[in-house]
Design a protein around this ligand. Structure first.
Ligand code: B16
Ligand code: MG
Length: 219
């Protein structure tokens, strides 16, 4: 019997909403305070990466060595600024195409999950007013290994009671697509096909994604 689509697993930052800009502003404020050079190009490397790993990337440009305690404090300060910013998130920041796609998945009984490295994933989804669309939200607090490790996607499949082969992942980051493939799932990339070379198929953004196109991956 042919494998069928049972669930769609959504990355959060870059797929549902552009939270990267708020991560950037908060990290920039911290870097400026510490006198460390940080720009939007370095910020690209933080996408999909955990909070502490993000700080380590920023500290590559620092001339001084920070203790573990100092680093922990710095991530806390950054996170407080970040939480203040995302506290203002409104449904109009949901990326174009997302709601139409979610509605068609609901209509056809396809399960939906959020699979994010962020510990604020559930909070962000609530602020956007779309919690009811999702059968489960797997966030940074639910995993021990971040993408490209497949853990976040495998936890979602288990919670949804579906096989990995019955899942499609929507991701904007190379490491996230790598994680999806390692999990044994179909991987749809959103962004530049020259960068997302490990995806099964790449679309520019969510406006180009439809249930019909996703189903073609199972033909
Ligand atoms: P937090 P995703 C990721 O989200 C972000 O892309 C990454 O920049 C961030 O460091 C990470 O979440 C952890 O976020 O500090 O809120 O726990 O793309 O996996 O949805
Ligand atoms: Mg992402």
């Amino acid at each position: 019997m042919r494998t069928q689509l049972k669930a769609v697993l959504f990355d959060l930052d870059g797929v549902i909403v552009d939270t990267a800009k708020y991560h950037y502003l908060a990290w920039k404020k911290l870097a400026d305070r510490e006198g460390i050079y940080f720009d939007e190009k370095i910020n690209e490397r933080l996408k999909g990466v955990s909070r502490m790993a993000s700080l380590e990337i920023i500290l590559e440009r620092s001339t001084r060595v920070y203790s573990e305690e100092e680093k922990h404090k710095m991530t806390e300060i950054k996170n407080n600024w970040y939480r203040e910013m995302i506290g203002q998130l409104k449904p109009d920041e949901i990326l174009p195409g997302v709601i139409d796609f979610l509605n068609s998945l609901k209509k056809h009984g396809i399960k939906c999950a959020i699979c994010s490295a962020s510990k604020s994933a559930a909070y962000i989804i609530e602020k956007l007013g779309i919690t009811d669309y999702f059968d489960t939200i797997v966030g940074g607090q639910d995993i021990t290994k971040s993408k490209p490790d497949p853990e976040v996607f495998l936890v979602a499949a288990e919670r949804l009671n579906v096989f990995p082969a019955e899942c499609v992942v929507l991701e904007d980051a190379y490491a996230g697509l790598e994680a999806a493939k390692r999990a044994g799932m179909k991987a749809v990339g959103l962004g530049d096909p020259d960068i997302l070379t490990n995806a099964d198929v790449v679309y520019k953004d969510m406006t180009e994604v439809s249930l019909e196109k996703v189903l073609r991956l199972f033909e």
